[in-house]
Write a protein that binds this ligand. Structure first.
Ligand code: THU
Length: 128
C-alpha cells in the first residue's frame, strides 16, 4: 500500500481511541483525506437510544463538510472489538451512501490491507 494510505489508516486506528461505544464495545475510527491535503478524523459515537448512534465514517465526513470541505480523495477505516485492527472493517451501507453524496466513483476506501473504490463497494448508487 502507498505510504500515504498506510499513514491514513494509522490515523484511523488512532481516531478509534476516541470511540464512544459502551454498548457494542466495537471501536471504529476513520480518517478522511481531502483533495487539498487536509485530514479529518472521526469515531463512532453510540447512544442509549441505539438508533441515534453514528458511525466513524459519517462523523469524519460531516466534520469536513461542516468546515466547508467537499472534495475528498480517500477515507481510511479501522474497526475492532479488540486491540487488533488487522481485519478489514467494511463501511456500512448508510456510510457508503453518504460517501457517494460527496465522493467521486474513484474515491478510495482504505481498509487494513486493501483499497477499494467507492464504485466497487457501491455500484449503481442512488443519485437524485
Ligand atoms: N460502525 C461504524 O462506526 N462504522 C461502520 O461502517 C460500521 C459500524 C459502528 C456503529 C456502532 O457504533 C458499532 O460500529 C457497532 O455496530
Amino acid at each position: 500500500m502507498e505510504e500515504k494510505y498506510t499513514k491514513l489508516f494509522n490515523m484511523a486506528v488512532k481516531a478509534s481511541e476516541s470511540s464512544y461505544s459502551p454498548y457494542s464495545q466495537f471501536r471504529v475510527g476513520a480518517a478522511l483525506l481531502c483533495k487539498d491535503g487536509t485530514i479529518y478524523t472521526g469515531c463512532n459515537i453510540e447512544n442509549a437510544a441505539y438508533p441515534l448512534g453514528v458511525c466513524a465514517e459519517r462523523t469524519a465526513i460531516f466534520k469536513a463538510v461542516s468546515e466547508g470541505k467537499r472534495d475528498f480523495e480517500a477515507i481510511a477505516i479501522a474497526g475492532s472489538g479488540s486491540d487488533d485492527f488487522s481485519s478489514s472493517c467494511y463501511p456500512c451501507g448508510a456510510c457508503r451512501q453518504v460517501m457517494s453524496e460527496f465522493g467521486e466513483n474513484d474515491f478510495k476506501i482504505v481498509l487494513s490491507d486493501n483499497i477499494f473504490t467507492l464504485e466497487e463497494l457501491l455500484p449503481y448508487s442512488f443519485k437524485l
